[in-house]
Each structure stands twice: as structure tokens, then as C-alpha cells.
Design a binder for this molecule. Sequence first.
Ligand SMILES: *Cc1c(COP(=O)(O)O)cnc(C)c1O
Length: 359
Amino acid sequence: MTLIDLRSDTVTLPTPAMREAMANAPVGDDVYGEDPTVNALQEEAAAMLGKEAGLFVTSGTQGNLTAVLAHCARGDEMILAKKSHIFQYEVASAAAYGGVQPNTLDLNPDGTMSLDEIRRAIRGNNAHYPVTRLIALENTQGGAWGAPLSADYIRQVSAIAKEHNLKLHIDGARLFNASAALGTPVNQLAEHADSVTFCLSKGLSAPVGSVLVGSKEFIARAHKIRKSFGGGMRQAGVIAAAGLIALREMSGWDRLREDHDNARILAEGIAALPYIEIDLSRVRTNMIFFSLTPDAPISIEALSAGMKAHGVLANPSSVLDRQMRMVTHYWFKRDSIPVVLDVMRAVLTGVPLTETVVK
Ligand SMILES: *Cc1c(COP(=O)(O)O)cnc(C)c1O
């Protein structure tokens, strides 16, 4: 049985072009700055995002942690969404290793934090208060169904940051998805941020890695912090080579819009199934969230297990009861959509799979 994997876009495997580039990559010792493939990746990523310099990191988590620690001192505070990846899913690393206190705000359904709430969260000059140092945005915002944040919104947040002498970091794990969805070049989404991370290993299909970009001076500080976390990777050109293919061949709007179109078509099919609650207007990029109605005959866990028995992988949401998330990606092809829908229908209703779909 071939699996259809909708758990995340992290499950993407390297493409044949990536495997070939990895095998043939010129390499050197990156801790000495001598790996030509890592250097090329860092330079190209920085140029694409309109920043002075880039740093290849092992993961999005390492990139975000490195950025937060390069911006903040112990006891400083950062403002971010309560439903952000940094706050929810990075093992409290900024607090644990950087002593940075999160000040979390709610999200609007469109993925934004209210500008007024951001203003109010910035600490005044008072002996009791920590120093607010950083605002962190997430684009696309996974806590809001993968909503893309517009360049205009980011500019407004950055204006607040500048007014109060704060830094702005963007966790752009899926920045290229935001760019494709909005029709806004990535450099315009990065323009007003002091630092941006993006993942090579999600929708762009590389096996490993993220890139952190910012000013030369910022990246020099980040370089030391990355080293302290064991992120000095020697002949890392072997994996950076796949990252270069990801940037050059997998980040285009047409490529990523296929994933977004597939998410929409799949979501529309799911909306037509029984016992499903879904708001189609919130399917904006490659993520789908839906819930089971209270009268559904099975739990979301049973739906997930039943689908898995038929080779379709999707996980119940970790935050909301009765909710499931699906993420489309390069290795999820359009002809899998009818299979997923038929499997879901069969598991939800107990009526066996239609013959055309059973293989
Ligand atoms: C995946 C992701 C990250 C980083 O995840 P890693 O698994 O550490 O690469 C960071 N932010 C967001 C929004 C993500 O989706």
C-alpha cells in the first residue's frame, strides 16, 4: 500500500535533482567558512530575501532560537502570538537557554495580532518591568490555519517596533507559501524585519535545514550562538546542496500554488462529507483544518486510525478537540484527492470503499 501522507509538509522527501546535487556538492569545512555550497546557499538566500547575510541552520527551531538570542539578553521580553510555533512547539528554548520571557497575545482569524494589543504589550519605563526587546511574527501563521501575513501588516508592525526601538523577527517557516498565496515577492515580506528564518525542509522539499537572514552584524552574532548550540556542521555542503535546489527549483509561485490549489480542492471535497465542520474561507495556503460535528458517530482519533488503516495519514490537532489538520505538499499529488475523500467517507459512514478507489 502506498501511503498518502498529509500529516505535514515536513514529510517531503528530497527530489532526484536534490539527491544528485548532494552527491556532487563541492564541500569544505564550514566552521572555517570554507564550504562553497553552504556559502552559496547563504548568499542566495540572503539575496532573495533582500538581506545582507544568511546563516544555514539545522532546523527552524535552531534558527528561531538563534535569532531570539541574538536580539535579546536574559530577562528581556518578546511579544509573540500565543499560538505561535516559537511559544508552543520549541520546547521553551528561548526561556530555557536565553532567559527570554514571552509576552503572548491572541491571534485574529486572519493570523494577525491586533496592532493596539501589540502597542499595549510594550513595557514602559518602570523598575518593575522587564525590557521589551523583540516582536516575533509567523508567516504563514500555522496557529491561524496557515494564513499569510501581508507586507502591509508587517510594515505596520515594524513601524511600531521602530518607534519603540524594538527588533522584529519573522518566523517564516512557510514564507514562500505566504509569498505564493499573496502574490508578493519574498523580499517584500522580509523587507521590514530585522531577521527572518525560513525552512528548506517543508514545502520546498529539502531533507534538512533552514536559513536565518539579517544584517551582516546580526548574522555575525548569530554565527557564534549557532556554534554554541552545536550547529557548526563542517562539510554541511552535502545538505546545503539540496537546499540550493529547494531555493532555485522548488520555491516558485507556480510550484507552491499547486499545493495551495490541492488544499482547496481537497477542502471542498471534505466539506461535502457528512459530520464535517469546515470554514473554507480559511483555507488560504497548504493547510486544512476541520472538525467533526458533535453528532459524528466516531471520534477524531478513530477517524485518524481508520484512515491510517487505508494508507492515509493525518493527525488530530494537538490543540483542539475533534479537529484534524492536513497539509498538502510536493509529494501529495492531485490524483490522491479522490482516494482521501473516499477513505474518509468510508471511515465516517461505515460504507465500504468504492471499487474504483480500492487498489
Ligand atoms: C516547522 C516550523 C518551525 C521549525 O520547525 P523545525 O522542525 O525545527 O524545523 C518553525 N516555525 C514554524 C511556524 C513551523 O511550522
